[in-house]
Design a protein around this ligand. Structure first.
Ligand code: ATP
Ligand code: MG
Length: 559
């Protein structure tokens, strides 16, 4: 078999060109740089897959770098969750790094910049600084503090660092060009004063570096060769390079920032800040609520690491932003779970069926294959008895010829069991059907090898034996938002589009083997969908989350 070679994506082309132009393979190094201000989401999966995927492809190290420069929003809880998620996806980082570990080095470099006349302390209010920025077509104007002496700058900067100045009283700015056509080059802020404790450096620092200042230098410190970020950072590239040049590093060793398009997913939100609002406003239970597009929410929902990686892989990297339909993610889940999930029987909307010619009190344990897609998955036994549940939707008192489920006078097969025939119904005073009476063909047992066992009938139904059935809580999840792009409408808040029916909790009846389901174990409830045992599942009260429904493809298929 010849291995299919995929064409290089544009990021890989950039690396290949660099290798041709003198980069050594050993110099390649990447990083994934999350800010620990929330949980990772499906958009991050693209960036993780890109960076760690490059590491695997080029046998190059990849650092996990926490971009922890803003103590107001960052927490240890988020650091822990991010590590857990990257690990769960199956990737290994070379080093666990923190921008906060470089605070001293960054400070020293900033002092050197002040000495070289490349940075100054501005003592204006932030509103004033913003007003002087100009517009894309008009140059900005200089701050009255722009030409402060080096000595004054140094002593003020030190006072800021020591917490002797109030928050907002001063900032350190790079001295670049107030007339630059790139607004980001108009003397950007490098440091602000924040009298806030940091989750790692506690109260050691009263000044915190801005993203643009910290990011490139962190890449440099770690000898990252290629620093990939999303497209909105394209105009920041000039500043990224300017800082690197100012700290006087030899040009050939400088990391390279390159940009790729952010990935969006339909019917959801991929922004930590907005997802945080859903948690804070209790629209969802937690960051790992199975409706959340977070990696941890998807995991709890029943998505496998493979299905998420496959998703990221197939959408690839692009140069233009777009919205990927949620159905593609669902497709990736079905494809993977079809190979790996055990088939089991569960009835979610029960209708009682009495098999009149089956012996009262008798029970049989019938062999059931665990996964027809996987020979090694083996089989288990499911109990059968005189009284069973089937789904309400699988019976009609009167039906046309296209209805291949149970009706009066017609035969269907019970999966792994016998062929039964509808005989009569029992109704309550309001005329609702409360029981269906059937007869079964004792010779038709699945897998028994008799002629009757091979008899073809049009429909196959799943079922559970009533005396053996286990009551389970089943959580049916739907899309979290009713519209495709909840944050596209400028006049409405994304929260206004939350789907009020995104969670329906019901009681289902499941086969007894599911009592022992382990947290995160995946199942196919036959003919219904893929489900996963919730973290709260227990022997006394099993709980299942619906990952994704099945396309109802095997109604017509009989066994
Ligand atoms: P958010 O707005 O959700 O906080 P972010 O870009 O601020 O996203 P970071 O923690 O800074 O989040 O992201 C870490 C890396 O993941 C960055 O390189 C970022 O560009 C990338 N990333 C974030 N969101 C997406 C997305 N939707 N698609 C692709 N890459 C993304
Ligand atoms: Mg960010």
């Amino acid at each position: 078999m010849t291995e299919e070679r995929k064409p290089l994506n544009f990021i890989e082309q950039i690396i290949e060109e660099d290798l041709q132009n003198g980069y050594e393979r050993e110099e390649l190094k990447f990083r994934f740089p999350p800010e620990p201000n929330g949980y990772l989401h499906i958009g991050h999966a693209s960036s993780i897959n890109l960076n760690f995927g490059l590491g695997l492809r080029y046998n190059a190290p990849v650092n996990l770098r926490f971009d922890d420069t803003n103590p107001i929003k960052e927490e240890q809880e988020f650091v822990d969750a991010i590590k857990r998620d990257v690990e769960w996806l199956g990737f290994k980082w070379e080093k666990e790094c923190y921008a906060s570990d470089y605070f001293q080095q960054l400070y020293d470099w900033a002092v050197a910049m002040i000495k070289n006349g490349d940075a100054y302390v501005d003592s204006q209010a932030s509103e004033q600084i913003a007003q002087q920025k100009g517009t894309p077509t008009q140059p900005g104007s200089a701050s009255p503090y722009r030409d402060r002496s080096v000595e004054e700058n140094l002593s003020l900067f030190e006072a800021m660092k020591n917490g002797e100045t109030a928050e907002g009283a001063h900032v350190l700015r790079a001295k670049i060009d107030m007339a630059s056509s790139n607004m980001l080059m108009r003397d950007p802020v490098m440091y602000r004063t924040l009298h806030k404790a940091h989750h790692r450096t506690n109260n050691d620092w009263k000044i915190y570096p801005m993203y643009d200042w910290a990011h490139g230098e962190s890449d440099f410190i770690e000898s990252v060769s290629h620093s990939f970020c999303t497209l909105e950072f394209l105009p920041h590239r000039e500043l990224y390079n300017w800082f690197l040049e100012k700290v006087n590093q030899p040009k050939q060793l400088q990391p390279k920032q390159r940009e790729f398009a952010r990935r969006n997913l339909s019917h959801t939100i991929v922004s930590k800040r907005k997802l945080a609002q859903l948690v804070e406003k209790k629209v969802v239970e937690s960051w790992d609520d199975p409706r959340m597009p977070t990696i941890s929410g998807l995991r709890r929902r029943g998505y496998t690491a493979n299905s998420i990686k496959k998703f990221a892989e197939t959408i690839g990297v692009g140069k233009r932003e777009n919205v990927i339909d949620m159905s593609h993610l669902e497709f990736c889940a079905r494809e993977d779970l079809n190979k790996t999930a055990s088939r089991v029987m569960a009835v979610l909307d029960p209708l009682k069926v009495v098999i009149t010619n089956y012996e009262e009190g008798a029970e049989e344990w019938l062999e059931a294959e665990n996964n027809p897609e996987d020979e090694t998955a083996g089989s288990r036994e499911v109990p059968f008895s005189k009284e069973i549940y089937i789904e309400q939707a699988d019976f009609k008192e009167e039906a046309n010829r296209k209805f291949f489920r149970l009706t009066l006078g017609k035969e269907v097969r019970l999966k792994n069991a016998y062929i039964i025939k509808g005989e009569s119904v029992v109704k309550d005073d309001d005329g609702n059907i409360v029981e269906v009476h059937c007869t079964y063909d004792p010779k038709s047992k699945s897998g028994s090898g008799t002629e009757e066992s091979q008899r073809k009938v049009k429909g196959t139904l799943h079922w559970v034996s009533i005396p053996h059935a286990v009551k389970a809580e089943v959580r049916l999840y739907d899309r979290l938002f009713t519209v495709e792009s909840p944050d596209a409408d400028k006049d409405k808040k994304f929260i206004d589009f939350v789907n009020p029916d995104s969670l329906q909790t019901i009681v289902g009846y499941v086969e007894p083997s599911l009592k022992n389901a382990k947290e995160l174990e995946h199942f196919q409830f036959q003919r219904i969908g893929y489900f996963c045992a919730d973290q709260s599942t227990s022997l006394e009260k099993p709980v299942f989350n619906r990952t994704v429904s099945l396309r109802d493809s095997w109604v017509k298929k009989s066994n």
